[in-house]
Design a protein around this ligand. Sequence first.
Ligand SMILES: [Zn+2]
Length: 553
Amino acid sequence: MRQVKIYDTTLRDGTQAEDFNLSLADKIRIAQKLAQLGIHYIEGGWPGSNPKDKDFFAEIRNYDLNGSRITAFGSTHHKDRPPESDPVFQELLISLAPVMTLFGKSSLFQVREILQTTPERNLELITESLAYLKPRVEELFYDAEHFFDGFKDDRNYALKTLQAALDGGAQCLVLCDTNGGTLTSELIEIIKVVEERFPRAPLGIHAHNDSELAVANSIAAVALGCGQVQGTINGVGERCGNANLCSIIPNLQVKMGLECLSADNLKRLTEVSRFVYEVANVRPNRYQPYVGKSAFAHKAGVHAAAVKRNPKAYEHIDPTLVGNVRVIPVSDLSGRGNILMRAQELGLDLGTHDAAVRHALDKLRQILNLDEGVNLPPFESNVKTVLDKVKDLESQGFQFEDAEASLELLLRAALGQHKEYFQLQSYRVIDQKGVGSEPPVPEATLRVRVGMHEVHTAAFGNGPVDALYNAVLKALVRFYPRLTEVILEDYKVRVLPGMRGTGAMVRVLIISRDGHAWWNTVGVATDIIDASWQALVDSINFKLFRDEQGANK
Ligand SMILES: [Zn+2]
């Protein structure tokens, strides 16, 4: 089977997108996730361009990436300095990345206007830079920047730059549609010329999406024989984005029968897509092909009925191949749930043939790590309650994909395993700002009941939510000393569009950890402190419940 290598540049080209920012820790987490997916090359950044990218290469060396290779990106050396005394160029070697991708100019316009050198000097720069790196790295690729535009400008010169890269020792010539303006029909003709001229050279493709053709162009290039595809998760990238690997990979693997990832790893695609959105705190695109929430949703009526008879009726692939799920309208499900409930009330046993019930039970077993054999009778009668509750919360803006701890608490409540560790009586948060430039002073006072005790505390904080957290911790710690182990690792706020004519809602996601585990909790309200409070309470309850479970084992 022909193999195609996937080269991810989410961490470099992807971060050029507006509103897509990653911290060093985010980049490390995404790299690990990409490695789990089995991506062949993970481009970590341009070490010469900023300190964060430099730090990434130092840090990522400490992680085992299951065979995925870290790649450093950089440009040809400075036109007036040799490689050994060009500090930006030297950063590439300092990164110690095993693979390097060097980009050079293919277009005369770019050479003269932007690089401001002669066409001959540009060719020298390409060959010299690559030849310098070649003995110092394990693999070396050449990104031919603006290749298609350069070709249209002056094809002889563009082809000469590729020859220069081969002379320097490049192991793959990656043809870049840097401005994203090339039509697929043009791209096909140009690649054919390149293949005629360099029949034995391995080729790659790097497409941008300015004409909304990045995926189509990448697929066409592979069909013509390109063996490496560069792109980003969810197609994030400068301007309109890069080629979207979440579409390219299943197209290549499922439709064209090419080998990219293992079939098992392909099932992680949806998870990875959503993970990257969440890490960057960007709302996922539900209409995204293959991995979006709506990609296999069938909205009521004839379609849903047909899909239930045979999914092929309105689905181009089986959603489970990419780890996505078929969505049948919830209203339809709850209708069925109603029937089930009514039947139970009347003492008629309909069994659990209902797909909604089975699905909910499977999901519950999965979340709670229960064996097939474990019976869940109290839950079955509560299936509709839970489904309705989840549906209702989701319509308010809750999302549970990345808030497993909140979902687990909800499901346990349905199983009657809910335990109330404390009860809020009231809280009050004051944020006092005076004249001048002094920062405001946030203070929270809190009344909670723990069993028979009523506790009243007050605390300051770095912000109103921090003050509230300090106050609740102060109140609970003498009853539950292990709460001091909890660290609030991250706090993410998203404003949700107004629903049902109400004002905007705020969704707060809190990521907590202790010495053993990480957990995410969520809260939604029109009031940011209320939403934060919900997520805080879930975090505390989850910690206490987990510890208790652990102690009982
Ligand atoms: Zn690019």
